[in-house]
Design a protein around this ligand. Structure first.
Ligand code: ZN
Length: 81
C-alpha cells in the first residue's frame, strides 16, 4: 500500500509510537529501523548479514529504512532508549 495514508506512520513522525501495520511499507521500514541489526549496521558502516536478511524478510530497501529512521520520532525524545 505504498503511497496510501497510514495512521501509524503519521503518528510515529510526531510522537513516540509503537504500532505497526504489516501491510504498510513505511511501518515495516520503521520496524527495521528500530532493530538492533540496523543499529549495528549503522555503527559498523556496512550492511551486516543479519541486517540484509531482515531487509529481505521485511520487503523494504535500505533507503526506505534510512528514511524511516530519519522521520521516526521514537528515539529523539529524552526518555526513550
Ligand atoms: Zn505505516
Amino acid at each position: 500500500m505504498k503511497g496510501d495514508y497510514c495512521h501509524d506512520c503519521a503518528r510515529a513522525k510526531t510522537e513516540p509510537w509503537m504500532l505497526f501495520q504489516s501491510s504498510c511499507d513505511g511501518c515495516r521500514a520503521r520496524m527495521v529501523a528500530r532493530s538492533p541489526a540496523f543499529d549495528e549496521s549503522r555503527r559498523s558502516g556496512k550492511l551486516t548479514p543479519a541486517y540484509r536478511s531482515l531487509l529481505a524478510v521485511a520487503l523494504v530497501s535500505h533507503d526506505e529504512v534510512k528514511a524511516a529512521a530519519a522521520e521516526d520520532a521514537t528515539g529523539k525524545g529524552p526518555c526513550l532508549a
